[in-house]
Design a protein around this ligand. Structure first.
Ligand code: UTP
Length: 286
């Protein structure tokens, strides 16, 4: 079955990036000349998604503005005969069909995804967290979609995380099936390192059967008094097996300061316009 819809939750508070996120969404932080969310949407499109639902909240208006037409800017660029930048700006607003749903308050990732229930209807869908950039020739979301199509199972992207950081992830207890695939026995939200069943952590990419919505609905508040997606996945896994998939690619959790700076360094070293100057600068300071 084709996966054409994606939910991108961007309603979180971004407390790890305060004070910048006091008035601007962390998803709009730029990596060189594009905001983080632009890379996430590009990954969705490259994976065959043609309908995106953003779950937004207060002070997230700039995300809607970013993907909307900008008549004044366009007429200014037209007037200046700056065709190159005009095309860049126009391409963004014509990227694909985008819908916006407000999460009334940030009650957790599970709650955010549940707000898209009506829009998802009875179709499988992808979830991409708006602050994770993943770089790979075959996009991470496409890897999950292919696995979903092969096995018909909801599939969540995982990677090995440093054992002392299990308290920041949903942690999977699983058995290898074949290649990068694990059958999930259990998944626990943010366990302390001493209680973690492994160091295989769920990262910000998922493909779900529509039944995940009912499972989230039946979930009560969990860690941090939030409705946790992990608890919904746990229920779903009891009713229809969920697979974990060790994706190929490099991930940057740009909601974290160090990871954000790493993303800027790596991207600037690959960007034609910036790479030579940045190389000289870095070797100079080292
Ligand atoms: P995070 O836990 O990374 O986001 O959620 P956060 O709460 O904004 O960040 P910190 O920890 O306070 O710095 C992962 C994703 O889920 C979204 C966030 O916007 C982010 O993209 N999210 C989280 C929601 O949409 N709603 C929520 O209630 C919580």
């Amino acid at each position: 079955m084709e996966v054409k819809k994606a939910v991108i939750p961007v309603a979180g508070m971004g407390t790890r990036f305060l004070p910048a996120t006091k008035s601007m969404p962390k998803e709009m932080l730029p990596v060189i000349d594009k905001p983080v969310i632009h890379y996430v949407v590009e990954e969705a499109i490259a994976s065959g998604i043609d309908d995106i639902i953003f779950i937004t909240g207060r002070s997230k208006r700039s995300i809607e503005d970013y993907f909307d037409d900008s008549p004044e800017l366009e007429s200014h660029l037209r007037h200046k005969k700056n065709d190159k930048q005009l095309k860049v700006v126009q391409d963004i607003s014509s990227m694909l069909d985008i819908h916006y749903i407000r999460q009334k308050e940030p009650k957790g990732l599970g709650d955010a995804i549940l707000t898209a229930k009506k829009h998802i209807n009875d179709e499988p869908f992808a979830v991409l967290l708006g602050d994770d950039i993943i770089v790979n020739k075959k996009p991470c979301t496409m890897q999950l979609i292919e696995n979903f199509q092969k096995y018909g199972r909801s599939t969540i992207a995982v990677e090995e995380v440093p054992p002392e950081k299990t308290g920041s992830y949903g942690i999977v207890k699983g058995k290898p099936l074949e290649g990068p695939i694990y059958i999930i026995d259990d998944i626990v939200e943010k366990p302390a390192p001493s209680k973690a069943p492994s160091n295989i952590g769920a990262i910000g990419r998922y493909v779900f059967t529509p039944e995940i919505m009912d499972c989230i609905e039946r979930t009560s508040e969990g860690v941090g008094n939030e409705i946790q997606l992990t608890d919904g996945i746990r229920l779903l896994n009891k009713e229809q097996k969920v697979y974990a998939y060790r994706f190929t690619g490099k991930r940057y959790d740009t909601g974290d300061k160090i990871e954000y700076v790493k993303a800027i360094i790596d991207f600037s070293l690959q960007n034609e316009e910036t790479k030579e100057d940045i190389k000289k600068y870095i070797s100079g300071i080292l």
